[in-house]
Design a protein around this ligand. Structure first.
Ligand SMILES: [Zn+2]
Length: 380
């Protein structure tokens, strides 16, 4: 049985530990202590050293009793999108939120707590499972850095479940886009804006022309683009010599992404040429797309487990990247499971206690289902 009070206590405790990216260590220590107490083998990798974090990822392994069952993993991330030291948590009518002055951190502690409570329940009840790994990552919110630097030699699971998207619990995200990120520097020429503006080249005008000609926002059902940052200029009396911009394009279709990126590059170069400005353009693949179907065992197990515990279940495309993009690129089929986290990345972030319980039930059901799905038939 799931111990609701214990689960809520664990979730609240996790939310009270301030874990902005690169500062997850205190919570990693705490979770490692709990998991070791439950008999899991825990290893901290060295991922944090790559990006100045105070901790690596925590990889924990529960040795199962069902031989022949495919090893699976559950994953969630420790870091939250912004700091929330001294968070004031309000529990009211079965809903957990803050007093409105900070985020709660349900993204992704609404994934972490059900995973840990699920493992407790499996241990207490002696639930028959195969080997289960937990890939608990750091620095997800700032570019999936923990997952990208995970020590792959520690990971032997053959399919995975990432608890890191919104409700309803029962939702399975089976596809997500690739994203390309642009770092753009436009170089004009400074001049006195009053005395000899004709000698200058305004990088702001170049940026304006490029952005005006750029197709942005929702391009089609699976493609989006955005200019998110623009910086430049010193004073009204100086023709602006430099503008820096950051932009992105995403699509679940690689050809559409390539076409959108090409369009953005073309428009930027045209605008620079129009004014005789310089342009420096760096484009990086932030993460790669993946696409699973209802025929993939990882999706079948997630959905069968959901139905067993009375949850409605359906597939939905994701609009953003998650650690699942990285695991799929590593060759481990991984889907994302809906949790109860609502209004994430805002001060209105909240979660229903009932959803924490449902997520935990789903974790246990997935472990059980994977073991029975993958075990060799009797006498075979
Ligand atoms: Zn998240």
């Amino acid at each position: 049985m799931i111990n609701e009070a214990r689960l809520v206590d664990l979730f609240l405790e996790m939310c009270r530990v301030n874990t902005p990216p690169r500062h997850e260590g205190a919570l990693v220590d705490r979770v490692q202590g709990i998991l070791e107490g439950l008999g899991l083998e825990c290893v901290r990798d060295r991922a944090g050293a790559h990006f100045g974090g105070d901790s690596g990822n925590l990889i924990a392994t529960l040795r199962g009793s069902v031989s022949g069952a495919p090893p699976i993993f559950f994953s969630a991330h420790f870091d939250t999108v912004e700091p929330n030291p001294g968070v004031q948590i309000v529990v009211d009518g079965g809903v957990i939120r803050t007093d409105g002055s900070s985020i709660l951190g349900a993204d992704d502690k609404a994934g972490l707590a059900p995973i840990v409570e699920g493992i407790r329940v499996i241990r207490e009840e002696g639930t028959p499972t195969g080997d289960i790994q937990l890939l608990l990552t750091v620095c997800e919110e700032v570019g999936l850095l923990g997952a990208k630097h995970i020590d792959r030699s520690l990971v032997f699971a053959r399919m995975g479940f990432v608890l890191d998207t919104g409700p309803p619990v029962g939702t399975v995200v089976n596809t997500a886009p690739s994203q390309d990120t642009f770092d753009i520097t436009l170089t004009g020429r400074p001049a006195h804006a009053g005395m000899e503006p004709e000698k200058g080249i305004s990088a702001i005008q170049v940026a304006a022309r490029a952005i005006e000609r750029m197709q942005l926002g929702r391009i089609d059902p699976e493609t989006t683009a955005n200019v998110g940052v623009i910086q430049g200029g010193m004073a009204t009396n100086i023709v602006c010599p430099e503008v820096k911009m950051r932009a992105e394009a995403r699509s679940r279709d690689p050809e559409k992404l390539a076409a959108q990126v090409e369009h953005m590059v073309e428009v930027l170069h045209e605008a620079a040429a129009d004014f005789g400005a310089g342009i420096d353009l760096r484009i990086e693949r932030a993460y790669d797309t993946y696409r699973l179907t209802e025929d993939d065992p990882v999706v079948q197990i997630a959905q069968a487990a959901a139905r067993q515990i009375g949850l409605d279940t359906w597939l939905r495309p994701g609009g953003g990247g998650s650690d699942a993009n990285v695991y799929n690129a590593m060759g481990i089929p991984t889907c994302v499971l809906g949790t109860g986290m609502r209004s994430i990345h805002t001060h209105e972030e909240c979660i229903e206690i009932a959803d924490l319980v449902r997520s935990t039930e789903w974790v246990v059901a997935i472990a059980r289902t994977a073991a029975s799905a993958g075990a060799p038939a009797q006498g075979a």
